[in-house]
Design a protein around this ligand. Structure first.
Ligand SMILES: Cc1cc2nc3c(=O)[nH]c(=O)nc-3n(C[C@H](O)[C@H](O)[C@H](O)COP(=O)(O)OP(=O)(O)OC[C@H]3O[C@@H](n4cnc5c(N)ncnc54)[C@H](O)[C@@H]3O)c2cc1C
Length: 398
């Protein structure tokens, strides 16, 4: 493959970098709302992003976006991720970015008009509700217990969901539910579009935790005889798992892109501290122990970029790249946590403080090793494919 980033992505990346430096990073100190930015602050910075011609980079041109493919998104999303607020400003943050991708690919025309267009405009937010508390679906999504029963002209959903990002204040929810208990879950589940305010859908609570404030938080949801019209099936009945993959494959990589940007920021901040601060008669930068931390971080970020680039290139060519995306997700989520941890260590007590951005990046990054499939689950799947390959082809190479 050609590793040269496409020209228009290079040009756009430079503009995104400038925008993040001049308009978004200054906002970080003002993000005191429970959603991080208040709705007014978010609307204002999105208007600025629109005016700068960098809004909706991943949205197809026919919907008014910039039409980048997944490969072109790599440097642009990394530049946006340099601030944790950047992807929000450009309307390419999770979960909306993945939900827009899914709606674009499998939504009907009326569904696109009702749900996708307002998301693209940035007028609404969305939520993807798959995970359940024990004994329901978690690492093993086939343990799903939320179910939907068909009535003559509608569906009735019952179940319990947890850790649904962005649920508080979302305009709609994409909900995975079992619709056929007589076949394996992989063939018996369906995605539904459920409007906020539908009777029977209760937002139980925002779950407080390690992560920093973000739009809609992470929420527990209850569905009790929640009735949705027939035309709110997203995709096809029984194809929920197949279509969830349409969202999850690219979404894992866009997470990697944004997180590489955040880790690079942490490293840049640590580098700047090293060249200023003195200890034991010399600058920190002159201590070999810290130089090695810097170099190890650069090596890991380089490998992370290359893996993300290659898996994105495969997907942009129409390949599912399941192995590459899984390997990339494991490596990048663990590598960026190591890079951010080293950056924090280099900055000493200042790294722990809110005076630098590293503490927030550190808090937020940890969950990436868990969401979109914990590292262990991806390793299990990769190893199973290797062993299958060994049985069939006498090699573990996948
Ligand atoms: C910040 C954040 C945002 C999230 N956003 C969403 C969202 O928007 N929508 C949504 O539906 N879900 C969301 N989730 C949930 C996420 O997808 C789940 O946390 C994840 O799938 C794991 O499920 P679980 O938490 O129930 O872990 P469990 O299933 O309880 O597993 C616990 C741990 O067991 C280990 N484990 C599991 N299987 C194996 C194995 N085979 N071998 C070895 N070890 C194993 C792993 O270390 C795992 O972390 C989010 C989670 C977080 C933390």
């Amino acid at each position: 493959m050609d590793f040269t980033p496409p020209e228009r992505a290079v040009e756009l990346t430079e503009r995104v970098k400038t925008f993040i430096r001049d308009e978004v990073i200054p906002l970080e100190k003002q993000a005191h709302h429970k959603d991080g930015l208040s709705p007014e602050q978010l609307a204002a910075v999105r208007t600025q992003a629109r005016d700068a011609g960098i809004y909706n980079p991943q949205i197809p041109v026919e919907y008014g976006g910039l039409g980048l493919d997944l490969l072109e998104c790599c440097p642009v999303f990394e530049a946006a991720g340099y601030s944790l607020l950047g992807p929000l400003a450009l309307n390419c943050s999770a979960p909306d970015e993945g939900n827009m991708h899914l709606l674009h690919h499998i939504g009907t025309k009326p569904q696109k008009e009702r749900y996708l267009l307002p998301l693209i405009e940035g007028n609404t937010r969305s939520c993807f509700a798959m995970t359940e508390p024990a004994p329901g679906a978690g690492s093993d999504p086939t343990m799903i217990r939320t179910h939907a029963e068909k009535r003559p002209d509608h569906w009735v959903i019952n179940g319990h969901k947890t850790y649904a990002t962005g649920a508080d204040g979302a305009a709609f929810f994409i909900v995975m539910a079992r619709t056929n208990p007589d076949v394996p879950a992989t063939e018996g589940c369906t995605l539904f579009l459920v409007d906020a305010g539908t009777p029977g859908l209760e937002m139980v609570r925002r779950i407080e935790g390690l992560t920093i404030p973000a739009p809609g938080g992470h929420c527990e949801l209850m569905f009790e005889n929640c009735t949705v019209p027939e035309d709110r099936v997203l995709g096809e009945v029984g194809k929920g798992f197949k279509f969830a993959q349409v969202r999850l494959g690219p979404a894992r990589l866009t997470h990697c892109m944004r997180w590489i940007g955040a880790a690079q920021r942490a490293l840049d901040v640590a580098g700047a501290y090293m060249v200023e601060r003195e200890a034991f008669g010399v600058r920190l930068a002159q201590h070999e122990g810290l130089q090695w931390m810097l170099a190890d971080s650069a090596i890991e970020l380089h490998a992370a970029r290359m893996m993300t680039f290659q898996a994105s290139w495969l997907i942009a060519q129409g390949d599912e790249a399941r192995n590459e995306a899984a390997m990339c997700k494991v490596f990048v989520s663990e590598a960026i946590n190591r890079v951010i941890d080293r950056a924090l260590q280099i900055c000493g007590s200042l790294g722990i403080s809110e005076d630098l951005p590293i503490a927030n990046i550190y808090r937020e990054a940890r969950a990436f090793r868990i969401y979109d499939g914990p590292s262990e689950v991806h390793r299990m799947v990769i190893a199973r494919r290797m062993l299958k390959q060994l049985r069939n082809e006498r090699t573990t190479r996948i």
